[in-house]
Design a protein around this ligand. Structure first.
Ligand code: PBG
Length: 329
């Protein structure tokens, strides 16, 4: 049947009809809000390249958690800005590290029961050189050493679990990290802590503003020897298969908007929960256009997130989480 019997516009006539036939939902509970925790008290330091995003001290992080819970968000993803950095990134697994402190404080608040607390596991915020693993000089130049880094990541994840993380999320892209983390968690009795692996994480220009927010820009070189080439979809599928075989409970795809096809392919391939990270550059790009009055703020925010859900993600990590929840509530 075709026109004039078929008229697609019949079901677009009223909001009630449009709502009835809407295929994709977006709810506050689908959204994870990233927090950058820094030393101090009463600190809310704006991140220049990410309007509306702050480095917050532990006490402020608790207030953020309470707001997130009252808005019905799904959870928080925690990053840390340590007091000091060193070659190995020892602040990452310090029992009294900045994220560990944040986790304990948030766990003690009323918000904790309503939120999933996810701790990012990586070394780049903690190393003096800004790379995600141990750097070694070789005759061919520097390299990030895979296997010695695994132990440090495993210690970090174990310490974050002890501090109260419900989920640990390795974002370093070392081979074998999921297995190493699972083993370390199980060994210390954290068998119920789950792993959300950044299974396909592309070496992306869109992480630029994050590196200001987390003070984690590499001091030399780039991350292309460990993060994925943006041209490769099949390789992303292998990364997912390997992480699941090593024991990942959920996977995170990142960035989102330039890689929606990869999210879709992952959705069709695996049945584990899939998250997608609308990264800093995606946020800043939208905020810049919104500030200029070139985009309708509310509609652009929601459309960007519905697109991620439609591509196949169960949940989205986004700096717009609070804004989107206010629009949805
Ligand atoms: C740590 C990490 C990064 C992001 C999340 N975890 C930075 C990077 O890989 O350089 C980026 C998140 C964002 O851009 O919002 N490795």
């Amino acid at each position: 049947m075709s026109f004039p019997q078929s008229r697609m516009r019949r079901l677009r006539r009223t909001e009630a009809l449009r709502s009835l036939v809407r295929e994709t939902t977006l709810e506050p509970g689908d959204l994870i809000y990233p927090l950058f925790i820094c030393p101090g008290e009463g600190v809310r330091k704006p991140v220049g390249s990410m309007p509306g995003v702050f480095n917050v001290s532990v006490d402020e992080a608790v207030r953020e958690a309470e707001e997130a819970a009252s808005l019905g968000l799904g959870g928080l993803l925690l990053f840390g800005l340590p007091e000091a950095k060193d070659e190995q990134g020892s602040g990452a697994w310090d029992e009294n590290g900045i994220v560990q402190q944040g986790l304990r404080a948030i766990k003690n608040s009323a918000a904790a029961k309503k939120l999933v607390l996810i701790a990012d596991v990586c070394l780049c915020e903690y190393t003096s050189h800004g790379h995600c693993g141990i750097v070694k000089e070789t005759p061919d130049g520097w390299t990030v050493e895979n296997d010695p880094t695994l132990d440090l990541l495993a210690r970090t994840a174990a310490s974050l679990a002890l501090a109260g993380a419900d989920v640990v999320a390795p974002s370093d892209m070392m081979d074998g990290r999921v297995a190493a983390i699972r083993a370390a968690l199980d060994k210390q009795g954290s068998a119920d802590t789950s792993i959300l692996s950044y299974a396909s994480k592309f070496a992306s220009a869109f992480y630029g503003p994050f590196r200001e927010a987390a003070d984690s820009a590499p001091q030399f070189g780039d991350r292309r020897s460990y993060q994925m080439d943006g041209a490769n979809l099949r390789e992303a599928m292998r990364e997912i298969d390997l992480d699941l075989a090593e024991g990942a409970d959920m996977i995170l795809m990142k960035p989102a908007m330039p890689y929606l096809d990869v999210i879709r392919a992952a959705r069709e391939r695996v049945d584990v929960p899939i998250g997608a990270y609308q990264v800093s550059g995606e946020y800043s790009m939208l905020q810049a256009a919104i500030a200029k009055g070139w985009l309708d703020r509310d509609r652009a925010i929601l459309e960007s997130l519905v697109g991620i859900r439609r591509a196949g993600a169960d949940f989205a990590v986004t700096y717009f989480a609070k804004d989107a929840a206010k629009l949805l509530n």
